[in-house]
Unconditional design. Sequence first.
Length: 288
Amino acid sequence: MNLLEEIRLPVGLDDAWKAALVGELEEATAALPQLSSAALELAELAVNGEYDAEVVGAVLERDEKLRSQVLRLANSALYAGESYIENTAAASQRIGMRALWEIAVIDVARVKVFGPALGQVLGGSQMWSVARLAGAISLRLSSMKLGKSRASILAGLILCVGPPLAHQLIRRVEERSGKTLASRVRREVSNRVAPMLSVILIRSWSLADSIESAASSMADGMGVPPPDREAQVAVLSVSLARYVTARGTANLSMPLRWPTAVSLGVTRAEMEEVVGAAASIDDNPLTL
């Protein structure tokens, strides 16, 4: 992978800075841990809005590390249960969806290079709100437009982490070199680096081609929808979740004009249906 070529750093950035940034990227890529298939599945189940504790328990039984984490948390003083739980389905119900979400992806927040930024993004309340909305929207959109239920929440997770990771990356280079970038150059570098960081995460974790297509589409900044319809669902779901979270659901005229919405042929009635259904998702614990 030619990181320097793919990121297209500003022409005015001197060679020493370019080399330092690429070095940080290569170090970060090498340090990223692999997420287990069970962890990825658990992350999607925690946010897609159509699951039950028995399904979650079955996933946990396939991964001893995740199983131990969930049982330890469920039986901790934090949840103050009246009895000790050994059943993963019951433990999942006790701790709830957000705790499952954080357990599924928390290891990523411990990597040396991006640890502070990833920890803040993965555990932040704003990220959780966007993730829940994006998962619920993508589940319904995929059923509506693709004829199958598939939450693309991992795309939502990854597409949201680029900006804080770029900030962390530049700050590390500045600290090591003892030099700071001018604010204008710093902003330009961050804008160019941030989207590519999402793509790097996707490649490092060997996620679906449709998720990389979605991230690449958002990274190029051209507003052209990706050709893959699953990727279109992912892009629209994340964008719509951000829009709804920031502005509420009163005006859906703008999202209807987005290239992905037009490409998928989303009608106003369909838009209102998916947003309304997603808005009904709350943080109640898992139900049996």
